[in-house]
Design a protein around this ligand. Structure first.
Ligand SMILES: *Cc1c(COP(=O)(O)O)cnc(C)c1O
Length: 477
């Protein structure tokens, strides 16, 4: 950058300089994306020495952009999981659709204040529209409200606060939260952050399909009531991280209604499957939830940084967050969305715009087709692997995730666990796909989650080939 030396306090760049910066970044981004198919599914992330060597004080003088970008693309980024690549089948994949990046660029350079409606009402309305589209896909009523968050964890935290505010007040210490033993750890973390101590969170047992057991839930509630405690919240999961299990949402909604509990559904992985009408039966009861966590940066293929919370009783969301001050203008009319009244942030980025621009440019139909395709691909992979004599599918795909282990005649469970761990490593070494594992109950399982928009039939076929071959190899050792 050629900043003017005679004006040392200026941070303003010329149009030519900005264009050059854009071109430098664009060239590298496009080269990276053109090559993303051929990147190994995981770079070498065992680089503690490199990280220590990277420590440095802030530079006193500005440096040129291009060498910094080169270091990002050539040295640092490759030492990571290739989370935007087609072979990323580990954990719950994210996305990285391009229109969202353009939205961020436009939002960041125009830097309008969208934390409160008054400062950019029409822009805030774009975010309101995006939230309303999500609400409609989840079939929540028109009175529901929502917020965009930094992720699913933050959304669940806000949901716990809403439930706590409605049900507990000063009686916080008596409040009890119920979730399943398969729940995401963000549920336990959210409860703690919301002031609900660990001894007031129950991890309910699951059935053989890894779904929350209703009888166990019911008796835990009964026991807590007998002990003078105040059950107030059930957090069920629409697609667990371990095995993709969908809790019996409809039955839990019944029970919650009967018991007067708030029912939150953690749909960080699975909720967007409800956007596809033909898949709604898989998530039966979801629209009855009091609140839903969604993760546009998973199921809507956005880049990391955007979760969402929808709350059926919009007034409850607002009650939990609304606050004012003398320096703030008059609140908006109630029918108009005003972000800081419904969420914890005031100043923030403009998450609604990246969601809005993504949906506008692709259209809902194309996004739904992509979501449905991921499920079809997972079913294809699970069926193909089930045909291998060395693979046992422990959890068939309920949505687009399945879990399995390696087996052979006479194998003990310990040997199977070790072989399954080895399989994940050996498949990763082949460089085409990356799986991850989990321990559920007492068994170690490998898991495949198809959710990256770049994962298509050819990549899933590569996964089938590599897993089949490595399972056969491990079974013969
Ligand atoms: C990813 C995930 C979360 C956490 O969401 P973040 O966006 O990573 O904070 C919570 N629950 C489930 C089921 C998830 O898959």
């Amino acid at each position: 950058m050629a900043l003017d030396p005679s004006d040392p306090a200026s941070l303003e760049l010329s149009a030519a300089e900005m264009r050059a910066m854009c071109e430098a970044a664009t060239a590298r981004v496009l080269a990276h994306l053109a090559n993303v198919e051929r990147q190994p599914a995981s770079g070498d992330v065992d680089v503690e020495a490199l990280c220590r060597a990277m420590r440095e004080p802030a530079p006193e003088q500005g440096r040129a952009l291009e060498p910094l970008l080169d270091a990002f693309f050539d040295e640092w980024m490759p030492r990571s999981l290739t989370t935007n690549g087609p072979g990323y089948l580990a954990y719950v994949p994210g996305g990285g659709v391009f229109p969202a990046a353009i939205a961020d660029f436009v939002a960041d350079t125009t830097n309008r204040f969208t934390g409160a409606r008054f400062a950019a009402p029409a822009l805030v309305q774009l975010e309101a529209n995006a939230l309303d589209w999500l609400r409609a896909w989840m079939q929540l009523p028109a009175g529901a409200r929502g917020i965009f968050t930094t992720g699913g964890s933050a959304a669940t935290f806000n949901a716990v606060v809403c439930a706590r505010e409605r049900h507990l007040g000063a009686e916080i210490r008596r409040g009890v939260v119920y979730t399943s033993s398969q729940a995401h750890h963000s549920v336990f973390k959210s409860a703690r952050l919301a002031g609900i101590a660990a001894d007031r969170v129950r991890a309910i047992d699951v059935d053989e399909s890894f779904r929350m057991r209703l009888d166990a839930l019911e008796s835990a509630i009964e026991r807590d009531r007998r002990d003078g405690l105040s059950p107030f919240l059930v957090v069920s999961t629409a697609g667990t991280t371990n095995t993709g299990a969908v809790d019996p949402l409809d039955e839990i909604a019944d029970l919650s209604a009967r018991e007067g509990l708030w029912h939150h559904v953690d749909g960080a992985y699975g909720a967007f499957f409800h956007a596809c009408e033909e898949l709604r039966p898989l998530l039966r009861g979801l629209p009855r939830a009091d609140s839903i966590t969604l993760d546009p940066h998973k199921g809507l293929f956005l880049p990391y940084g955007t979760g969402a919370l929808l709350v059926r009783d919009g007034a409850a969301l607002r009650r939990a967050h609304d606050a004012t001050a003398a320096y703030m203008p008059e609140p908006s009319p109630d029918d108009l969305y005003d972000p800081s009244r419904d969420g914890p942030d005031l100043s923030r980025g403009f998450p609604g715009f990246r969601v809005w621009l993504t949906i506008q440019t692709f259209g809902a139909a194309r996004l739904r087709a992509a979501i449905a395709e991921k499920r079809a691909l997972a079913i294809h992979a699970a069926n193909a692997l089930a045909a291998s004599p060395h693979v046992v599918i422990d959890a068939p795909p309920q949505l687009s995730l399945f879990a399995f282990h390696v087996t052979w005649p006479g194998a003990t469970q310990r040997e199977e666990d070790a072989a399954t761990r080895a399989l994940i490593d050996r498949v990763a070494e082949r460089g085409r796909v990356l799986l991850s594992g989990c321990t559920t109950g007492d068994r170690f399982l490998a898991r495949v989650c198809v959710l990256s928009f770049r994962t298509r039939r050819a990549h899933v076929d590569a996964c089938i080939e590599d897993v089949t071959a490595e399972a056969a190899h491990l079974a013969q050792l």
